[in-house]
Ligand binder design. Structure first.
Ligand SMILES: NC(=O)c1ccc[n+]([C@@H]2O[C@H](COP(=O)([O-])OP(=O)(O)OC[C@H]3O[C@@H](n4cnc5c(N)ncnc54)[C@H](O)[C@@H]3O)[C@@H](O)[C@H]2O)c1
Length: 390
């Protein structure tokens, strides 16, 4: 199958490109390197060094014999994405090419507006370009579990729910209350994709994924093939941040009381699940909704897992509770439904407790590199301010 990956230079995009090539697919990458630039803008970098795209593609060929093509460009430029689709004619387009940091979107008006423009316009362009080039293309869009917030109901794996309001029944889109401008861009994307499906019968898999952690997949066997690993207060996911804090010998910084629960999964399980969804596409004209995570964990549980893993590496990590820079409930109900992936045969291979020690071991050789960004770890970006100094 020919698969185009928008955002192929990113954390998931590079790992998925390698997995799909290993499975014999023809992969074409697209990226404008926005994440590399935006991480540098906040004075940080990937904890683990990553090669430039040309060298990455060469390394994938030398090490695994994979061949990958790449188009540099911005999906918010309609002519660019239209030309790339027309030239390549992929069967499937995976859309990862979005600004994906909640704190980045909360820095100030310019960062909020950039996130809105980049994410919503990119997705609209993809919908229109696909309709012009090949309306039956399968679009695999990465949404996020964060679109729902933390509702006091079981989150269904469905785009619509039946409701009764003032005695009248109807079918409405599943209610969402996202907690950052970034997460709202994903809600808007989901709504736009639902309209495209309603009026044009597009074929879409919309994946509500939880936070992904880890540095490895079966294909990432050499340091030349590493994918990015962000840890700073703006770009780092909590597990990577805790692991870096352990490596630097500073306390693990749990935000607030640490009762916030989310659904996590490893990078290996993420690319495995994505491959299944690509190889088992939605029906023609179907808008398929998928919830994708492996285990529900609270921040306190994650801190304990990383602390225990650090001990195995001879590090005595402490846990500190610091003021939460975000506005979010730290005690709440959380129960999303997961049935589509198990129905396709997905069986998670890894739990966070299996992987945390490996994550720390992978970071230890880069301790001196990470040291340089030590002051980028503590939270500066606060939800309660409209202008965050950088
Ligand atoms: N990593 C996670 O834990 C996670 C969880 C849920 C959802 N997601 C979503 O999955 C997708 C990929 O996440 P990631 O962690 O790999 O992020 P990433 O930032 O590492 O990758 C995104 C890639 O898209 C590129 N990009 C951004 N805007 C672009 C544009 N206008 N044109 C072309 N390229 C552009 C970036 O340069 C980057 O390489 C994102 O949409 C994110 O919101 C990620």
């Amino acid at each position: 199958m020919k698969v185009m990956i928008l955002g192929a230079d990113g954390y998931l995009g590079w790992a998925l490109s390698l997995r799909l090539m290993a499975r014999g697919h023809d992969v074409v990458g697209v990226d404008n390197f926005a994440t590399r630039k935006s991480v540098a803008e906040v004075g940080s970098d990937s904890a683990i060094p990553i090669l430039g795209m040309e060298d990455r593609i060469k390394a994938a060929k030398d090490i695994h014999g994979f061949k990958m093509r790449f188009h540099e460009g911005d999906v918010t430029r309609y002519e660019f994405i239209h030309k790339a689709l027309k030239e390549e004619k992929p069967d499937t387009v995976v859309h990862f090419a979005e600004q994906r940091s909640a704190p980045y979107s909360m820095i100030n008006a310019q960062h909020a507006a950039y996130t809105m423009q980049n994410n919503i316009v990119g997705t609209i362009n993809l919908i229109y370009a696909m309709m012009d080039v090949n309306p039956s293309m399968h679009v695999v869009k990465m949404a996020t579990m964060g679109e729902y917030g933390t509702p006091n109901f079981d989150i269904p794996e469905s785009a619509f729910v039946e409701v009764e309001i003032n005695g009248k029944k109807d079918r409405i889109t599943t209610p969402k209350f996202a907690g950052s401008w970034y997460h709202w861009t994903k809600v808007h994307d989901t709504n736009n994709l639902l309209l495209a499906n309603k009026i044009w019968k597009t074929t879409v898999t919309n994946i509500f994924q939880g936070p992904v952690y880890g540095t490895r997949t079966k294909e990432i066997t050499d340091e030349k093939l590493h994918t990015r690993c962000d840890f700073d207060e703006v770009w780092g996911t909590v597990v990577n941040r805790f692991a870096v804090e352990a490596v630097l010998g500073i306390p693990l910084t749990a935000y607030g009381a640490g009762g916030q629960i989310r659904g996590y999964l490893s990078l290996e399980d993420s690319v495995d699940a994505l491959s299944l969804l690509i190889e088992n596409p939605a029906q023609k004209g179907e808008h398929r909704t998928v919830n994708q995570f492996v285990e529900l964990l609270s921040i306190n549980e994650i801190a304990e897992i990383v602390k225990k893993a650090a001990k195995k590496e001879g590090i005595d990590a402490k846990i500190d509770h610091i003021e939460n820079p975000r506005v979010e409930a730290d005690k709440h109900y959380y129960n999303p439904e997961v049935k589509v992936l198990p129905g396709l045969g997905f069986r998670p291979k890894l739990k966070m407790s299996d992987l945390a020690a490996q994550l720390i071991a992978d970071l230890l050789p880069y301790k001196a590199r990470i040291e340089k960004f030590r002051d980028r770890i503590m939270p500066h970006t606060r939800w309660t301010r409209t202008e965050n100094a950088r």
